[in-house]
Ligand binder design. Sequence first.
Ligand SMILES: CC(C)(COP(=O)(O)OP(=O)(O)OC[C@H]1O[C@@H](n2cnc3c(N)ncnc32)[C@H](O)[C@@H]1O)[C@@H](O)C(=O)NCCC(=O)NCCS
Ligand SMILES: Nc1ncnc2c1ncn2[C@@H]1O[C@H](COP(=O)(O)OP(=O)(O)OP(=O)(O)O)[C@@H](O)[C@H]1O
Length: 297
Amino acid sequence: MDAVLFTEHRATHLWHAGHAARLAELVVTALIDEVTLSPKPGLVDVRGRGAHRDLDWALMCRSAHALRPAFQAMAEAGATLAEAVTLRERIGRLGRDGEAAMLAATGGVNTHRGAIWALGLLVTAATQAPADCAPQQVALRAAVLANTPDRHAPRRTGHKGERARLDYGVGGARGQAEAGFPHVVEVALPALWQARAAGVAEDAARLDALLALMSLLDDTCVLARGGPAALDAVQAGAARVLDAGGSATPAGRRALMRLDAEFLALNVSPGGSADLLAAALFLDRLNNAAPAPDGRP
Ligand SMILES: CC(C)(COP(=O)(O)OP(=O)(O)OC[C@H]1O[C@@H](n2cnc3c(N)ncnc32)[C@H](O)[C@@H]1O)[C@@H](O)C(=O)NCCC(=O)NCCS
Ligand SMILES: Nc1ncnc2c1ncn2[C@@H]1O[C@H](COP(=O)(O)OP(=O)(O)OP(=O)(O)O)[C@@H](O)[C@H]1O
């Protein structure tokens, strides 16, 4: 390789590495923004554990930081591996390594398995075409990845979400990704942007986006703990808060606090909606981020 070509090759490699690091930072920030958002019904936030005995804010922040290398490696893979099955199997391996890093950082507690899946697919899709990072386009590329087979992935995970998917015939995390994250692109982001456009403060806009997700999502965290009755309570309860004016209004805030108390009493936690809120916050930041200075493809 002659000197000029080598220099160009090295410059491209360095650009990809720097871009991947920036995107991994966006992912970690989205995960920390999600867990920090308060007051979320039934979920871990700065107030406490929500309906969880083994999760708290500090543990989830520690987990998010421990996942940065995995997200950066997935972003680098998206930028450098063009062949679909090779890329899918690489990020599957990186995701499973990320799950191991998560468990090592949390002492064996599952804090972000669903987020590793969703945000791993999305951050990979983001670097496949850095100049085309509109949420809809990134989600469509992520769906292609999710629908590409990974022969090393376990045929069965044996997890609660899988059990709930099979018991209740819902799509769960896998179905959401394979469909192109419709609840992120068509529900959470429009709710976030509409609230902002209406002058709602950022935290309330994010809470309303979470409530919009909760009102429609087939959340296997909820199904696994309380079955269809619990999912009905989550969906109807979230819709009630939005119908009362949303989390920025006094009536909506009162309804939100009642919903939080109801979830704690029912031991219900809408973790799937929380994961998809983090995905929406990532795509929102990506969409607003300045394009690459040199526009390098
Ligand atoms: C598909 C995944 C999430 C496993 O999901 P599974 O249905 O087996 O249930 P599990 O309880 O492990 O995780 C579900 C997670 O998704 C979230 N979730 C629940 N419902 C939904 C929903 N409707 N939409 C989006 N996310 C949801 C929850 O937060 C929950 O934590 C993924 O972890 C996986 O494929 N694991 C196998 C190992 C692997 O290959 N990992 C690397 C993936 S990159
Ligand atoms: N702020 C949050 N609070 C709680 N869970 C969250 C939050 N953000 C994302 N999640 C996701 O939801 C999951 C928690 O839901 P779930 O009820 O399945 O907990 P679990 O620890 O996996 O199982 P269980 O507590 O029922 O034994 C987390 O593993 C995580 O993937």
